[in-house]
Design a binder for this molecule. Sequence first.
Ligand SMILES: NC(=O)c1ccc[n+]([C@@H]2O[C@H](COP(=O)([O-])OP(=O)(O)OC[C@H]3O[C@@H](n4cnc5c(N)ncnc54)[C@H](OP(=O)(O)O)[C@@H]3O)[C@@H](O)[C@H]2O)c1
Length: 400
Amino acid sequence: MKRLCILGSTGSVGQNCLRVVRSLPGRFQVVALGAGKNVPLLAEQVAEFGPELVAMGEERFLDSLRQQLQALGYRQPVRLCAGEAGLVEAATLPDVDMVVSACHGVTALRATFEAVRAGKQVGLANKETLVVAGELVMQAAREHGAAIIPIDSEHSAVHQCLRAGERHEIRRLILTGSGGPFLKTPWKDFPAITPERALQHPIWKMGGRITIDSATLMNKGLEIIEAHWLFGLAPQQIEVLIHPESVIHSMVEFRDGAVVAQLGVADMRIPIQYALTYPERLATNGNLVGMDLAALRRLHFAKPDTKRFPCLELGRKALETGGLLPCVVNAADEVAVEAFLAREIGFMDIPKVIEAAMQDAPPGHPGSLAEVVECDRESRQRAKEWIKKIKQSRNVPGNQ
Ligand SMILES: NC(=O)c1ccc[n+]([C@@H]2O[C@H](COP(=O)([O-])OP(=O)(O)OC[C@H]3O[C@@H](n4cnc5c(N)ncnc54)[C@H](OP(=O)(O)O)[C@@H]3O)[C@@H](O)[C@H]2O)c1
């Protein structure tokens, strides 16, 4: 029985993770859950899975959680805690074997880092962890013998393809992406893109930020950085290929010219189950369907259009430059996406905010998690100032 801590249990990945747990009775015990503010759903999860510890984003939600648990007639002892310290406590409980890191943004960065330092197995959905602190996290994983198993579908695909060869035999990785909802949208229509349209991802159902990042292709930029740290490859060895059907989740080309691809239906339960049960492959026990390749008939591929989707290259540039730049890009993107969703800026302003934040990036290399956190905080502040400037310029008559 593997004992789990799931950080972000009320989110898209977290709920899918619990579906996998539910579908494989007797394989897992949920020891700890972490979530932000969705008290009703978290209470249901606690009542169903009976964890010993639950961490919430803020202290003020805990009373409401207690009341909901009472209303559900739940009488088991459960320790409730809050904030970053609560997430760290959940992730480092001695009887946790594996931590699933699936919180929003950098909220669980410290908890994931401490889980690695405690030598836990980590199922990593949260790409921001490696984007902002890849070097520190991977170094800690080596020092403490912690295995990091990717959950992000592209990186899970690469992990699976690598079972066909060794890392030193890789020529290049090909990360695939659907291209998002605006793959065929003419450039002239980009200024009219609304949050509602950008939230309509053609293939995957995901949280808000990653859905918008998929529409701008920032998601692929962040995935290049994540792949660099996970698989120890140079930026030039990591390519992105648009593949609208999202049947191939990524590929590895080996030095002998052989290309190994991982295919499957677009359902996050597959990479989640793979990570939870690795190195075993278990029969899926839920209502997951297999693939009907004959019905697909054709698969399409194209190079990404970096003119219409500049965020992809901003991510690559951040990786090539290194230091604190990936942290700056991630923070600026998150703030810009929030502003876009709040209709404060337009879709095409997102890369502008990121690029402006990159000009102000502090020099140097992060030597500690504290430095990363400080850079994240300052970059958010600067991105907000740029957004303010954009809004002010729009209020000037004659400006768009
Ligand atoms: N969704 C996917 O299919 C997918 C695929 C690959 C990678 N990822 C990555 O996985 C991560 C999660 O994505 P998602 O789509 O699942 O996001 P999501 O649906 O927005 O869920 C985010 C989770 O984080 C929790 N959270 C927010 N603030 C928190 C805080 N202060 N303390 C503790 N928990 C907090 C939320 O709790 P409340 O809802 O209770 O506030 C929720 O459980 C992201 O890094 C994303 O890039 C997602």
